[in-house]
Design a protein around this ligand. Structure first.
Ligand SMILES: [Zn+2]
Ligand SMILES: [Zn+2]
Length: 255
């Protein structure tokens, strides 16, 4: 499995893009950064977009991607995969013919460029060569993480969340878990804001990792807010028994 990091930040500044992971060139997890980075040819290869939650830093570029593929007359529709609550939010607040056109009816209601596919929390679905399970986490709006199993191994992508439980049980049950991508948005000094906004600090991350039974997987941290990367880097140094690294925009990971 190839994981291309299009964006891995919780804020947008020059050189820092909001969250999107491109898997095997055709499946996205979150949609914070797509059209400003990928060529038209790369955009046309995307078939599925798994959404963790409806916050703008995770969905913004679906709107521009849908617009592009509508006018390029892509043959296969783009399928947005999310829970029903998240899909309802996207339909009500983004693709509502006010903020942006409803591309699930364009260019032709019988053959639209955008389709929505509901995934229930706990349900496993097959997308191309991957099996995907959505697991609820603990953010300020309904949010899921994704456990993704492939023949090369498994990964878990835990987007925005505060302290949570079930996804660690799922991670512990996966065969050949290779990597866990988990948010660490804020430094320890901002614990109060982290609690109010449903995010993890470095010490919150340390507590979460105690719930993971295996020490083998590579732990990739992401979704840092603004310029806190260096303080978070210092604060995670106290976690000695894990392979932890902070992700960079643009890197490509193979498992
Ligand atoms: Zn976010
Ligand atoms: Zn969020």
């Amino acid at each position: 499995m190839q994981i291309r990091v299009l964006g891995c930040h919780g804020s947008q500044t020059p050189g820092c893009n909001t969250t999107s992971f491109l898997l095997n060139g055709n499946t996205l997890v979150d949609a914070g950064t797509i059209t400003s980075l990928l060529t038209i040819e790369e955009q046309l290869k995307i078939n599925h977009v798994l959404i963790t939650h409806a916050h703008l830093d995770h969905v913004r570029d679906i709107m521009f991607l849908a617009d592009n593929i509508c006018y390029l007359q892509k043959e296969r529709p783009l399928v947005i995969v999310a829970t029903q609550t998240i899909i309802d939010t996207l339909k009500t607040h983004l693709f509502n013919n006010v903020v942006w056109p409803d591309f699930s009816l364009l260019p032709d209601p019988k053959n639209p460029v955008l389709k929505f596919k509901t995934i229930k929390p706990g349900e496993k679905i097959t997308l191309d060569s991957m099996e995907v399970t959505a697991v609820l986490v603990n953010h300020i709006v309904e949010t899921v993480s994704y456990a993704i199993e492939s023949k090369e191994g498994s990964i878990v992508i835990i987007g925005d969340t505060g302290p949570t439980e079930e996804v660690w049980n799922v991670a512990n049950s996966l065969h050949n878990l290779k990597a866990v991508f988990v948010e660490t948005s804020l430094p320890n000094s901002m614990e109060d804001i982290a609690q109010m906004t449903g995010h993890l600090t470095a010490s919150g991350l340390a507590e979460e990792l105690k719930k993971l039974n295996t020490h083998n997987p590579q732990i990739y941290l992401y979704h840092m807010k603004l310029h806190y990367r260096e303080s978070i880097q210092r604060e995670i140094a106290v976690i000695k028994d894990r392979n932890i690294r902070i992700l960079q925009d643009g890197e490509v990971i193979h498992i």
